[in-house]
Design a protein around this ligand. Structure first.
Ligand code: G16
Length: 551
């Protein structure tokens, strides 16, 4: 506990004024760096966390970020505020860095009260880029909406914050120091997490596969995953270092955008579709929770990856019994539903945002969950986990002796294929994006029964989620329009963009096991894309001819 005399000596109470724009989005508070650097902006939000979650006083908290620009400055401020707010022990990643899944692992392993993660995920970094703050609870996962709502409410009335007046803490040395009554333990960021992964997968089988000539290209995109990939792939599995690209984390991600989609990671996609491509390609994002999977000449969409993992996970030692249940976000393709159906396990449909999986995982209702946004994970932590997904794939390939293409062909031949794509209209005017949503919602009641080209609408609604564990209701989670054929489209506004609005159109079409399973998804989806645009008037209303990113 912080002694009163020490508190008097070191704690400063600073007057502040509320900012109006501190509502957390899909994944914490995400803003431009320049917004966070305004005097008191970061401090107000952090103080609001401590004001709302009062049991952090006297508790243990985990701290770390993805190493992006401003991570080093922000973490010093946050640690000094934690000390001033009575946190008894801070567990901090070496150099202030922790991947998001590693932070979740460490919160759980050390039974901490929670953790503060500094990341804007896959968003660009650097002084003109983005920064973000997430608060995760004792289960290691993002807190539920009622808590983020309370934090937001606090930011609107905050008048003071507390911070200790002390020199910066040296986060480059592993060990324990003390700041105004709070122990600061700087830990090796990778070992707990690597141990957890090693307990779930057959590293020996994966090692034997590489020894036998299997080749991989893993791109860490100069983000936080580099040191974890080095530990797991190179040190523990024996992968040749030449198979790991961009493993050194940089504050600006080397000038790239740490989003492993086909547009931001052209190099990997070019490699995997080029002559002499390796057997396996993968990448993760800024904070290491996303993943992308490719085989030689084949891209596995995140929705398909979730389905393939669910169908084959029994090949990994940690998942021998298969899943007890699975979950996907509403916008994710329904490929996993078919796998779950065959396995005889429930499949839950949640809104976008990993926080909605927390209750299902904590309550033992699901083993795997995933999202179309390149997020896949299991009950081993409470965040999506890029390296976990990549190791799961490697384990499946090693245990089955099959290629990525064969795994996918077999999945589609037994379950059919859910052709799927997401079209992102980024940086559009907020008013225009909101008017697409409003116009679409106004049409919903009349859509069922109407035929467009060759598709007849069977259902059209705005998605409302009722959490089966705590009964909480989340409304307006995206508009979905489903057709009798099984095709559907979904439109929603992103909750992670930092400039204007991002409108996402998700399209899906089902082709049965006997159908044409090898089309180019964009060709297969042409009709439903056109129908969506005709109904929602996206291009006209936004004044954009094409989406910025198609994935
Ligand atoms: C976050 C959330 C994910 C969500 C994604 C996209 O991921 O954790 O659950 O799917 O954003 O959200 P939106 O469509 O609202 O932009 P990350 O990796 O950015 O933290």
């Amino acid at each position: 506990m912080v002694s009163r005399s020490r508190m008097r000596t070191y704690v400063k109470t600073i007057r502040t004024r509320p900012f109006k724009d501190q509502r957390p989005g899909t994944s914490g508070l995400r803003k431009k760096v320049r917004v966070f650097r305004q005097p008191n902006y970061l401090e107000n939000y952090i103080q609001s966390i401590f004001d709302v979650i009062t049991h952090l006083r006297g508790g243990v908290l985990v701290f770390g970020g993805d190493g992006r620009y401003y991570n080093d400055t922000a973490i010093q401020i946050i640690l000094k505020m934690a000390a001033a707010n009575g946190v008894s022990r801070a567990i901090v990643g070496h150099r202030g860095m922790l991947s998001t899944p590693a932070a979740s692992c460490i919160i759980r392993k050390h039974m901490a009260a929670g953790g503060i993660i500094l990341s804007a995920s896959h968003n660009p970094g650097g002084p003109d880029g983005d920064f973000g703050i997430k608060y995760n609870g004792a289960n290691g996962g993002p807190v539920v909406e009622s808590v983020t709502d309370a934090i937001f409410a606090n930011t609107k009335s905050i008048r003071t914050y507390s911070i200790v007046d002390a020199p910066d803490i040296d986060l480059s040395k592993i060990g324990v120091s003390r700041i105004s009554g709070m122990d600061v333990e700087v830990i090796n960021s990778v070992s707990d997490y690597a141990d957890l992964l090693e307990s779930l997968f057959d590293f020996e089988a994966i090692k034997a596969m590489f020894t036998g000539g299997f080749s991989m290209c893993f791109d860490a995109m100069h983000a936080v995953t580099g040191p974890y990939a080095t530990e797991v792939f190179i040190k523990r599995i024996g992968v040749d270092p030449s198979q790991i690209a961009n493993a050194t984390p940089l504050p600006d991600f080397g000038g790239g955008i740490p989003d492993p989609n086909p547009t931001c990671n052209r190099t990997l996609f070019k490699t995997m579709f080029g002559d002499g491509a390796p057997d396996f390609g993968a990448a993760s994002d800024g904070d290491g929770d996303r993943n992308i999977i490719l085989g030689r000449g084949v891209y596995v969409s995140p929705s398909d990856s979730l389905a393939a993992i669910t169908a084959n996970a029994h090949l990994a030692p940690g998942y021998r019994d298969g899943p007890c249940g699975v979950a996907r976000s509403m916008a994710t393709s329904r490929a996993i539903d078919r796998v779950a159906d065959k396995l005889g396990v429930p499949c839950f449909e949640t809104p976008t945002g990993w926080k909605f999986f927390g209750n299902l995982l904590d309550n033992g209702r699901v083993t795997f969950c995933g999202e179309e946004s390149a997020g896949t994970g299991s009950n081993h932590v409470r965040e999506k986990d890029g390296l976990w997904a990549i190791l799961m794939w490697l384990n499946i390939l090693a245990a089955s002796g099959k290629t990525v293409r064969t795994i996918m062909d077999q999945l589609w031949r037994s379950h059919g294929r859910n052709y799927y794509s997401r079209h992102d209209y980024e940086g559009v005017e907020t008013d225009r994006a909101e008017s697409v949503m409003a116009n679409l919602k106004a049409k919903l009641a009349d859509l069922p029964g109407q035929t467009f080209v060759n598709e007849t609408v069977s259902r059209a609604d705005s998605f409302t989620y009722r959490d089966p564990v705590d009964g909480c209701v989340s409304e307006n989670q995206g508009v979905r329009v489903e057709c009798e054929s099984g095709s559907r489209f979904i439109v929603r506004l992103s909750g992670t963009s930092t400039e204007g609005a991002t409108l996402r159109l998700y399209v899906e079409r089902y082709e049965g096991p006997g159908g044409n399973l090898n089309m180019d998804p964009q060709v297969a989806l042409t009709d439903i894309v056109n129908i969506a645009d005709r109904i929602a008037g996206i291009k006209v209303t936004l004044g954009r001819g094409t989406p910025a990113i198609i994935s």
